[in-house]
Design a protein around this ligand. Sequence first.
Ligand code: HEM
Length: 174
Amino acid sequence: MFSVKTNPGNNMKFFVVLALCFAAASAAVQPLTPDQAVLVKSSWAQVKHSEVDILAAIFAANPDIQARFPQFVGKDVADLKDTAAFATHAGRIVGFFSEIIGLIGNVENRPAVETLVGQLSASHKTRGIPTAQFGEFRASLVAYLQANVSWGDNVAAAWNQALDNFFFVLTSNY
Ligand code: HEM
């Protein structure tokens, strides 16, 4: 029928690339220090019940993200804010962060975090959400935090590391 020619040089290159990927993977997730975990948890506690407000801010800043939600596309964000459907979605999306933030700061919870974020990654990959839109989501979330929690360089650095870790796991199998 047909045969596939393998070249030992190519195989070697493949393993070198694979090894570099694993090295990059372990380097990319840098666990938060205990102080950073406390800062992320305490600042999140200031906004975690503002689910509707947070999702509304993200939609308002990114109509392309809103457009991915069939039931919300093209609608006025101010009108959506009063609907039960919007509250339900906001609760799911923002609640996901609450679940993850509840787990960080304890190394024993790392497998659980990776499982949850891995599932989120799979569901969004299936929907065809590009990584660029995760970047937009991240920027708007940080802008919201900056405006609504006690913010400072140490809080910013803690969130930056937490979100680097989160989005690294989210997109590493994309
Ligand atoms: C990293 C931030 C995000 C988080 C934490 C998040 C979280 C979630 C959760 C928990 C769900 C429901 C469960 C599921 O289907 O997996 C969901 C659904 C969904 N997400 Fe995300 N999401 C994020 C970013 C995005 C972005 C950037 C988009 C689009 C650009 C998006 C589009 C969707 C859509 C279309 C659904 C399905 C909604 C429906 O059921 O009609 N998500 N998301």
